[in-house]
Design a protein around this ligand. Structure first.
Ligand code: NAP
Length: 342
């Protein structure tokens, strides 16, 4: 039997739970095909308690308890700290999965969590964009110093390979520019408005299916798209960029008449993310653009997303992700784990 990797899950919401379900489905395959064994020794939430058990937590029970709205506290074999960083130290795990809510503004407390894990010689894996945008270089250096990995494939385009594509498969290629649709919520709102819904009804629908926040302004005003542009520029183009540095216009100025008159001309409004190198640095933007059918992004509908990369070595290279969700985000976390320990 191979060594068993001990996992700590910090954040057990949509993504954390989807990851737990994926582990249950893929557990045998990980062992037989990848020679990887695992157990979850810690789970912490914000308002639904926490559990630490060095001999392993029953994931099916944890999922059932959360689904019932219960606290995880009864699953704990020992007293659980109230603070994320103390929890990480107490778990004595090999891998931290950090999936707490994003902070666009400063990336905390996720940066603190990931830094604590790396300092304790754990691999740190996250779907959270905050630490990538606000502390990528510091956390990567810390990971190297401890011979561990800081990976975040799911932070942009969920489980679709974006960061690992460049890290693993495009050596010596330099990214010159990219253009894409990176925010699922606004793309679905625009699709629904084209089908005849009002802006308000479309927003309410995205909230009802759990993809937009109760306060959807982060998506509608383009902040989520801007932080994704920042993450791609920071990691793939080597230029530190904060969301506030991206020229940004959301979809709030578009009304049903705009969408319908574009449709009558055979065109579509999309929230387009762009970045391109210049002689002096980088130009970036997030803003609605009117696309005609010849545009490769014209047919990216609903919650789907896509990005086209232009490098110095290849022609345009496009990745499209159809109908993503927490299950695809969970796969990005699993792929990061396998790549980290391979
Ligand atoms: N949803 C997606 O498909 C998706 C895709 C790509 C990236 N992401 C990113 O993945 C992360 C998680 O997203 P999600 O959809 O799973 O969010 P979520 O459903 O809101 O879950 C967040 C989890 O974090 C817990 N939490 C909040 N504050 C905490 C704290 N200070 N310490 C410990 N736990 C805390 C919450 O506990 P309580 O519920 O008990 O408060 C909950 O378990 C976010 O950064 C998001 O941007 C999500």
């Amino acid at each position: 039997m191979k060594d068993t990797y001990r996992f700590a899950l910090l954040g057990f919401g949509n993504v954390g739970q989807a990851f737990a379900r994926l582990l249950l489905v893929k557990g045998d395959e990980l062992l037989t095909q990848q020679d990887l064994n695992w157990q979850v020794v810690g789970i912490m939430t914000g308002r639904h308690g926490a559990a630490i058990n060095p001999t392993g937590i029953d994931l099916e029970r944890a999922l059932a308890m959360i689904a019932a709205g219960d606290s995880l506290d009864p699953l704990s074999a020992e007293p659980t700290p109230q603070n994320g960083s103390e929890f990480i130290r107490a778990c004595n795990a090999d891998v931290l999965f950090e999936n707490t809510p994003v902070s666009y503004h400063d990336g905390q407390p996720a940066i603190e969590h990931i830094s604590t894990a790396l300092s304790a010689s754990m691999h740190a894996i996250t779907a959270n964009k905050g630490p990538v945008v606000h502390a990528y270089r510091e956390l990567t250096k810390l990971a190297q110093a401890h011979k561990r990995k800081f990976f975040f494939e799911s932070a942009v385009m969920d489980g679709a390979p974006v960061f690992s594509l460049w890290r693993e498969t495009l050596p010596a290629a330099e990214l010159q520019s990219f253009r894409g649709i990176l925010n699922s919520t606004t793309n679905l709102i625009l699709t629904l408005m084209e089908q005849g819904k009002t802006f308000e009804d479309a927003v309410a629908y995205t909230q009802s299916i759990g993809i937009a926040e109760t306060d959807p302004s982060g998506d509608i005003e383009g902040w989520d798209a801007a932080i994704k542009v920042s993450a791609l520029v920071t990691v793939l183009m080597g230029i530190n960029l904060k969301p506030s540095g991206v020229e940004r216009k959301g979809i709030e100025s578009l009304c049903s008449e705009d969408i319908q008159s574009a449709s009558a001309e055979g065109k579509r409004w999309k929230l387009i993310c762009k970045a391109g190198r210049t002689d002096t640095g980088i130009v970036t933007s997030v803003r609605p653009e009117l696309l005609d059918p010849s545009d490769p992004l014209y047919n990216v509908m609903g919650t789907s997303s896509a990005v086209t990369f232009h490098s110095d070595t290849l022609g345009p290279l496009t990745i499209t992700e159809s109908d993503p969700g927490p299950h695809t985000t969970a796969y990005g976390l699993l792929a990061d784990f396998i790549n980290a320990v391979r």
